[in-house]
Design a protein around this ligand. Structure first.
Ligand code: ZN
Ligand code: ZN
Length: 206
């Protein structure tokens, strides 16, 4: 049976639902998210703050040569540059929820592609990607570490140099300040990586 026929059969007999909007999937073999939800994801588009990646009003590019948002112009940050792929709302919120909390591991592929496109200017010069580790019990319950799944799709060597020192509350619903406090001193370098180059740490628990 061709893929189209199998899709139709699955759709009619099992009526699998889109993991984001719950409508019946026309092409379940294409993944757990319907085409309409993917189309409605709002990607972040320029102009962007060259430091934190936040969207800028277009006039700022003309009036301020630094191309930075007010927050980044006010103070120094520990982060030199950051990028986000899309607006965390509507379909993308549902897609990420399905990925993280409903075990939809296959979503790492299209989400990784989104990250590669959004971060192309930074990833081109990157030496390595360091995924943030999950606490072991959460990793066991989820079955995978979503950060590791995404990191492995960025086409840059993945270096698992961090380990978690303690479990932290979910960041969902917390303000920016509360998020920072939540993860303060939560991570450290894996003992086996200390004093070794990135290559020595490329393997390890995800
Ligand atoms: Zn949908
Ligand atoms: Zn900024």
């Amino acid at each position: 049976m061709c893929r189209h026929g199998l899709d139709a059969l699955l759709s009619v007999t099992l009526s699998p639902q889109c993991a984001a909007c719950a409508s019946v999937l026309d092409t379940p073999l294409a993944g757990p998210i319907c085409a309409r939800c993917w189309r409605q994801v709002r990607m972040l588009s320029g102009p962007l703050c060259r430091t934190c990646g936040d969207a800028l009003p277009s006039w700022r590019i003309i009036s301020i040569a630094l191309e930075q948002c007010p927050r980044c112009r006010r103070g120094r940050s520990a982060v030199d540059a950051a990028r986000a792929a899309g607006h965390y709302e509507g379909p993308l919120r549902g897609i990420l929820h399905a990925f993280k909390y409903e075990g939809r591991r296959s979503l790492a592929e299209p989400l990784g592609a989104m990250m590669r496109a959004a971060g192309a200017d930074l990833l081109g010069d990157a030496d390595a990607v360091v995924p943030v580790p999950l606490h072991p019990w959460r990793r066991m319950r989820r079955g995978f570490n979503q950060a590791d799944e995404l990191a492995r799709r960025l086409e840059v060597p993945t270096v698992r140099v961090l380990q978690r020192r303690r479990a932290t509350a979910p960041q969902t619903g917390l303000s920016a300040g509360a998020r920072r406090r939540n993860v303060r001193r939560a991570f450290t370098m894996r003992p086996s990586c200390r004093g070794r180059g990135a290559a020595g740490c490329s393997k390890g628990a995800s």
